[in-house]
Design a protein around this ligand. Structure first.
Ligand SMILES: [Zn+2]
Length: 121
């Protein structure tokens, strides 16, 4: 079925939020959890990536084995590097998502710029 798309579309979760205290729309999103989660996630991911670093190096070295001693060094280095990078990136994204959930569900993520009242969504 073809949608002609002539009606304006809205994001399903994009309702305007206003302060429950003074009804002001001038709000600040604090995002403490998201920022903290991203940082912790990056560290945790890099550590986990570091733990798999040896596995990555081994795998790289095994692959590199085909092309001789030089291949082992290059392969091992590439494998280790990929493990750490992948771990850090994955950890950051997982941590940020987790933190965003904490922001939305647990923390008072919004602060009113007019009356300084903090509240959750
Ligand atoms: Zn307010």
């Amino acid at each position: 079925m073809q949608n002609t798309n002539d009606s304006p579309s809205f994001d399903n979760n994009n309702e305007p939020i206003s302060c429950p205290c003074c009804k002001s729309r001038r709000l600040k999103k604090l995002n403490y959890g998201k920022r903290t989660g991203g940082t912790i996630g990056t560290i945790a991911g890099a550590v986990a990536g570091g733990a798999s670093l040896i596995g990555g190096a081994e795998l790289g070295a095994t692959v590199g084995l085909v092309s001789g001693p030089f291949g082992i060094v290059i392969g091992g280095f590439a494998g280790a590097l990929m493990g750490a990078l992948l771990g850090g990136a994955t950890g950051c994204s997982v941590g940020s998502k987790l933190g965003a959930v904490i922001d939305d569900r647990i923390l008072d993520n919004f602060q009113c710029l007019d009356c300084k009242y903090t509240f959750s969504q």
